[in-house]
Design a binder for this molecule. Structure first.
Ligand SMILES: [Zn+2]
Length: 311
């Protein structure tokens, strides 16, 4: 059943600042390795553009949110599914309409600011309710104003393409759990709960086309050290869960960086096991108390004080 979720905000003024700082931190320091150009200007009139898109294969578009993150658009015969809404700085809804006129479903892979920050542009957004406290916090005018201000400070030339006003917003946030299916007509995407990066992270599996849309669950540089990440042993369970289903997908479509083959999950598992066993003690990451270990293509950034779940 669909229902409107309203999360009561527990935020004091100091708390709001902390959440905003955390969001800006994620946006500005995120690992934004995109294999597309970071969008500079429209070739015709030289005005700046925010989004660029690449048709990957079989009805899958990857939209670059100006290099901050990947937004995926999956086209079916009857509906389209928008996977994540980016940081919400520009008109994503309008941009999607330049690609498809199909009825649109929207889902968040998790609640971080760079994946759910544009929820306010859509009437309905699906996600795992565990992360609604995050996505709701990142969809306030206060947060939006600060996002726009920080972008303008860095890149004032982008002013024409930024949405300075969010307009009247009443987004319905709809909870989904493990096994929920987005039916697009000739293709279906199933929700897999993948706790770790956040408590409410999900992946979306299209087993017919052998594609797994992973959000921030399987980035080459995987952040598991933030205050909303879960202990590392929980993330290991998630990786093992995905690996157990690897017979039905080949390719991962992450929220940052390019596509990667499914053997990457095994590399992440080894990397995490090396951390939990103490074989890899970790090197200092470039912020705070976090450490990182690597194994082949995998880089896991973790909190050394949160390796194991409390008994
Ligand atoms: Zn994230």
């Amino acid at each position: 059943m669909k229902r409107i979720i309203k999360v009561k905000s527990p935020f004091t003024l100091a708390g709001i600042w902390l959440w905003c700082l955390a969001g800006f931190f994620l946006i500005l320091l995120c690992n934004c390795k995109n294999d597309e150009q970071k969008s500079i200007t429209n070739n015709v009139d030289k005005t700046p553009v925010w989004f660029t898109a690449k048709h990957l294969n079989s009805g899958v578009w990857r939209i670059s949110d100006h290099g901050y993150d990947n937004i995926h658009l999956v086209l079916g015969s009857e509906k389209a599914l928008l996977i994540d809404t980016g940081i919400g700085a520009a008109d994503l809804k309008g941009y999607v309409r330049t690609i498809t006129g199909l009825p649109l479903l929207v889902v968040n892979t998790h609640g971080h600011a760079d994946h759910a920050g544009g929820n306010y542009q859509f009437d309905k957004v699906y996600g795992w309710a565990m992360d609604f406290y995050l996505s709701n916090n990142y969809n306030t005018q206060y947060y939006h104003d600060n996002t726009i201000a920080s972008i303008l400070k860095e890149s004032p030339e982008l002013e024409p393409v930024l949405l300075k006003e969010r307009g009247v917003v009443n987004t319905e946030i709809i909870p989904v759990r493990e096994g929920f299916v987005f039916d697009l007509g000739n293709r279906k995407l199933q929700v897999i709960e993948t706790r770790g990066h956040t408590g409410g992270s999900i992946c979306l599996l299209d087993s017919v086309n052998r594609q797994l849309f992973v959000g921030d669950t399987n980035n080459e540089e995987e952040w598991l050290f933030t205050s909303v990440s879960l202990p590392l042993d929980v993330y290991l369970q998630t990786l093992e869960k995905l690996n157990a289903r690897a017979a039905v997908f080949d390719t991962l479509f992450p929220g940052h960086g390019g596509r990667i083959d499914k053997s990457f999950i095994s590399e992440q598992i080894t990397c995490v096991q090396n951390i939990l066993s103490g074989e890899c003690a970790g090197e200092p990451f470039n912020t705070g108390h976090a450490l990182f270990c690597t194994y082949k293509r995998a880089k896991i950034v973790f909190d050394p004080n949160r390796l194991h779940s409390p008994n």
